[in-house]
Design a protein around this ligand. Structure first.
Ligand SMILES: [Zn+2]
Length: 299
């Protein structure tokens, strides 16, 4: 089981096109302490020949260009990408589907809620139905997008995508709008939770015993975007549990038996992206790694 982190950043990437916050400014200025990062996506393979994409970020074309294993290898047209699994309808998770047009056959897996959001946006019809099979998945029901790779979606506490928000927004709701994935191959188990608003008991039980946890690392503190003057929304209002604090993710997930704990989906406001920052040291001392583009996990 091999997982390649194609994109480790949250929406906007690092640096974000219109941002000169402390961290984006360092990234624009090519400071060695801040790695550039593209938006949220994984590539998963068992045999090294066939791949499943987990989420399709707006940076997908650049991500494929940066990884030879994802490029066409023979014949006139073709791709090692056999399937794409989308965990919710966030722009940073679905916009890359538009890059996957050009009449390539693959399977597109998502919950009915996410498939309905795609169906309501006719621009996604560029994925011709005779080439791209849209396959609904159900919470807590396993499916096998590649032989030997068993994925099980489950509800993570969250909210609908930003562009779907209406007046009666509910945060922390558990349903089909925000899903996490369990990846299994034989006895190996990886959990991918790129968005999560709360560390519930059921989530902690699911995580316990995993070989690897990839968890929502959007912000370090709850008021980070407000304090930096970037936005008037807290992390929790955006459906993300901050890393730090008494009930943040590091504290809430401490003490679970997990092989490796890795933060992913990291927003460009998050000071852990500065490699010598106190926040980065704090996170590492708490037993967490910080994902970066090109990171590989092999089990
Ligand atoms: Zn920024």
């Amino acid at each position: 089981l091999r997982v390649i982190v194609l994109g480790s950043a949250a929406g906007g990437g690092v640096p974000q096109w219109n941002c000169r916050c402390r961290i984006c400014a360092l990234a624009w200025d090519k400071d060695a302490r801040v790695k550039r990062r593209t938006q949220s996506s994984l590539a998963v393979t068992i045999n090294g020949e066939e791949f499943v994409l987990i989420n399709a970020s707006p940076d997908l074309r650049e991500q494929i260009a940066g990884h030879a294993v994802l490029q066409p290898r023979s014949g006139l047209r073709g791709s090692p990408v056999r399937a794409c699994v989308v965990t919710n309808a966030d722009v940073d998770h679905i916009a890359g589907l538009l890059t996957l047009r050009e009449r390539q056959n693959f399977d597109l897996y998502a919950t009915q809620a996410t498939l309905s959001a795609l169906q309501a946006n006719p621009i996604f019809d560029v994925l011709a139905p005779e080439c791209v099979a849209r396959k609904p998945v159900r919470l807590d029901e396993a499916f096998e997008p590649l032989p030997g790779l068993v994925l099980t979606p489950f509800a993570a506490p969250g909210k609908v995508a930003l562009w779907q928000e209406r007046e009666n927004l509910e945060i922390g709701v558990e349903g089909e709008t925000t899903v996490a994935l369990e990846l299994r191959c034989g006895s190996k188990r990886i959990l991918y939770v790129p968005a999560c608003a709360a560390a519930t008991t059921s989530l902690r039980e699911k995580i316990a015993g995993a070989d690897v946890l990839l968890f929502d690392g959007t912000t370090f503190t709850d008021d980070e975007l407000i304090a930096a003057g970037l936005m008037q929304k807290s992390a929790r209002r955006m459906g993300h549990l901050p890393m730090s604090g008494r009930d943040g993710s590091a504290a809430s997930l401490a003490g679970l038996d997990v092989g490796r704990k890795i933060f992913i989906h990291i927003n460009n406001s998050n000071p852990v992206l500065i490699e010598d920052s106190p926040e980065r040291r704090w996170t590492e001392q708490a037993g967490w790694e910080i994902a970066y583009d090109g990171m590989e996990i092999v089990l």
